[in-house]
Write a protein that binds this ligand. Sequence first.
Ligand SMILES: CSC[C@H]1O[C@H](OP(=O)(O)O)[C@H](O)[C@@H]1O
Length: 354
Amino acid sequence: MTSSSVNHIYPVIWQNDKVFLIDQTRLPGEYSVVEISLCEDMAQAIRTMIVRGAPAIGVAAAYGMYLGAKEIQTTNREVFLKKLEKIAQLLRETRPTAVNLFWAISRMLKIAYESVGNVEQIKAILLETAQAIQLEDLKTCQAIGDNGLIVLPSEPTKLTILTHCNTGSLATAGYGTALGVIRSAWRENRLARVYADETRPRLQGAKLTAWECVQEGIPVTVITDSMAAHCMQQGMIDAVIVGADRIAANGDTANKIGTYSLAIVAQAHNIPFFVAAPFSTVDFSISDGSQIPIEERHPSEIYQIGNTEICASGVEFYNPAFDVTPASLIKAIITEKGAISPQEIINYRRELAI
Ligand SMILES: CSC[C@H]1O[C@H](OP(=O)(O)O)[C@H](O)[C@@H]1O
């Protein structure tokens, strides 16, 4: 895997016939790597967010498909493909919202069905395809980062950009989407500071985005999610850039919970609100955001911080991990093909051909 010219954080690494994942549940306090050689272990790593972030779980699922294929002991093509379908279903059921997961699985299955070789040759092609998906996403993120420079406000010359959750190298094959735009702005001396929402309840902003920024000396201020509106009202923020987990054909965008309220407040203060995402995050099969499945996660993510319980017993919880921002609140979707008006996304249907 070629290294990026800018940073060297890769959440998923293929080496010695195994996958190594940065354990994102232990950052920033501990940098540890988990070794994955079985499909079920990859599925569990996605479920428990050892690896997370829409493009990163697509890459992880692609390797999970290969690891599962490796475990299939048969030379019969039909038997192999039937078992591969079961592996695909296991991985599909890990998390419901990020469409990159399903896009990667579909691409791996398609290549298997289209391959004319024997089972061992199909396995080899599956590995090549997983590696291609990973390298493509790295290059895509670098393109997204640079394309973002075209649409960022020209004034002030050094911008203060607010972002939500983690959309950096840790959430992708490397470089990042929204944080990729921020990296490119930093490289081009167009960034004053990043304001990172801590992003309750999993705190990806405080734990992961801040960590990535510190690794590269990018000035970062962590705020609680409830402070974002105040910062915008005080004129402290020049632009808001977030990632995406699934974009509907009309440009409605699902992203980490709290994104929708950011978009409303940004509009109220006439601050440009951008989404940065690869085309592998667009789901052309759904017409609008109301059809995007929203993952609900375990309530312990709300009532526990570390080992401390912060709620009385007997309380009910609701823990949606994502919300949907209507296209009308999004100034542009920054993709590897350029910055696109959300309403124009539908015209790019062919970009996603797998
Ligand atoms: C590069 S976009 C990553 C996207 O995924 C995150 O969700 P999670 O941490 O639950 O996987 C968040 O929505 C980010 O915007």
